[in-house]
Write a protein that binds this ligand. Structure first.
Ligand code: IMP
Length: 423
């Protein structure tokens, strides 16, 4: 049974949680493959609203095994707090599997994320300050501590001592901060290890076996294509690979295991943090999107920047992810706009770019070339079939699919499961 990958096609916050929620009925495993608690999704459980950052949303379904795979960076304190909160609401977390190979976010990563951002001043990235970049940097530098180290006190202490010596020197001498205490960190982390031990597993082998025995596996990306370390708007990106290729590296599965790649795309575009955003609208339309779409970050509460749909980005996402279908979200938010604009190309220096320009400076300065489409006044939240959408909304959906060269398989017109238009 081949696996399905679900990715964001923009700068994150496309509404991937809703897509995962709908797919959950047809899945046996839901897997996080990259990122950490910089991500966030809001889930409704037991009549209450819950914000999850690390635990895959599959946790809410008793038939699903939620997996945090090798490519994720884990702040164990945050993970345990989330598990406690879920347990307090009567949700069983016993099925959660955590890869022994996943790297740990350590207290010095949080500290480094804060101080380096401050030092960058105006050039800062606007990170979530969850220590994600520094944790991945240490992984690449081969001085990271992994989940498996939590279960071997001697090794954990040895590695921590070596790393902390350097980190403390940097924190004190470069950033004028107080050094961190190895004993305190070891005490806390080894305690987390004791609690996490029953969940630690060889998740790559488990997923491989699951696919062999006909189980259905969903590999769920966090953030989005344009935040990808290699394929996004570098340096205004996160430090992992949200693209579909990252799902293979981050889980230890081979390319032949996957036959479906769903691109989740919002009916307009948002971005949190710094970086280029050619279709950003700081006027009335952007304000409407922000307010009607409740565009505030789940993790940091920051107001998201909003703008018109960008088909240049979508075409790019279709290419770098090998998308097989689109899941369009939040179409209902655009109701009430007399005209809706779709960016079909960028213009810069007398040249027109239909694909993402090869140089980052061009993306910063490019002017969007817009196609102007008729808007719709009607609310869409009650629509359940394509022909229940007003003609202008239907045309908008068809145009996005045509521009991407990928079919729009599903359209979401509200947060609940039922508010979905398929086919
Ligand atoms: P970091 O991932 O905390 O290092 O932040 C790097 C960039 O990615 C910043 O612009 C963040 O706002 C952005 N980012 C990280 N995670 C998310 C997410 O889940 N949604 C949207 N943006 C994100």
């Amino acid at each position: 049974m081949p696996a399905t990958i679900l990715v964001g096609t923009q700068w994150g916050d496309e509404g991937k949680g809703k897509a995962t929620d709908l797919l959950a009925d047809h899945m046996d495993h839901v897997v996080r493959y990259q990122g950490g608690n910089n991500a966030g999704h809001t889930v409704r459980a037991g009549g209450q609203t819950l914000k999850l950052h690390l635990v895959p949303s599959g946790i809410l379904y008793p038939h699903i095994t939620p997996v945090i795979a090798d490519g994720v960076v884990i702040d164990p304190k945050v993970l345990l707090e989330e598990m406690d909160e879920l347990a307090a609401r009567g949700i069983d977390t016993g099925r959660l599997l955590v890869s022994a190979n996943a790297h740990l976010v350590m207290p010095y990563h949080l500290e480094m994320d804060r101080v380096t951002e401050r030092y960058l001043g105006k050039a800062q990235l606007g990170t979530t300050k969850r220590g994600i970049g520094p944790a991945y940097a240490d992984k690449a530098a081969r001085i990271g501590l992994r989940v498996q180290d939590l279960t071997d006190e001697k090794i954990f202490r040895q590695k921590l001592e070596v790393v902390l010596k350097e980190k403390n020197a940097i924190l004190a001498k470069v950033y004028n901060r107080l050094p961190l205490d190895a004993e305190e960190i070891a005490g806390d982390y080894l305690g987390y290890g004791l609690r996490l031990a029953p969940h630690i597993a060889d998740t790559s082998a488990i997923l491989h076996q699951a696919l062999r025995s006909g189980r259905r596996v969903l590999l769920e990306g966090a953030q989005g294509t344009l935040l990808d370390l290699d394929h996004g708007t570098y340096p205004f990106v996160t430090s992992s690979n949200p693209v579909a290729g990252g799902a293979l590296v981050g889980t230890g599965l081979g390319p032949k295991e996957v036959d479906r790649v769903i691109g989740v795309t919002k009916a307009y575009v948002t971005r949190v943090g710094s970086g280029p955003f050619p279709t950003e609208d700081e006027g009335e339309a952007g304000t409407l999107m922000q307010e009607r779409g409740q565009e505030f970050g789940t993790t940091t509460g920051r107001r998201r920047r909003c703008g018109w749909f960008d088909a240049v980005l979508l075409r790019y996402a279709a290419r770098v992810n090998g998308l097989t279908e689109l899941f369009l979200t939040k179409l209902d938010v655009l109701s009430g706009l007399p005209r809706v604009k779709v960016c079909v190309a960028y213009r810069y220096g007398g040249q027109v770019f239909e694909d993402l320009p090869p140089h980052q400076s061009i993306i910063h300065r490019a002017e969007p070339v817009y196609e102007d489409l008729e808007g719709w006044g009607e609310e869409l939240t009650e629509a359940r079939a394509r022909d229940e959408l007003p003609p202008a909304a239907r045309k908008y959906v068809e145009r996005l699919g045509d521009l991407a060269g990928v079919p729009v398989a599903t359209v979401s017109v509200g947060p609940s499961r039922e508010q979905t238009v398929a086919g």
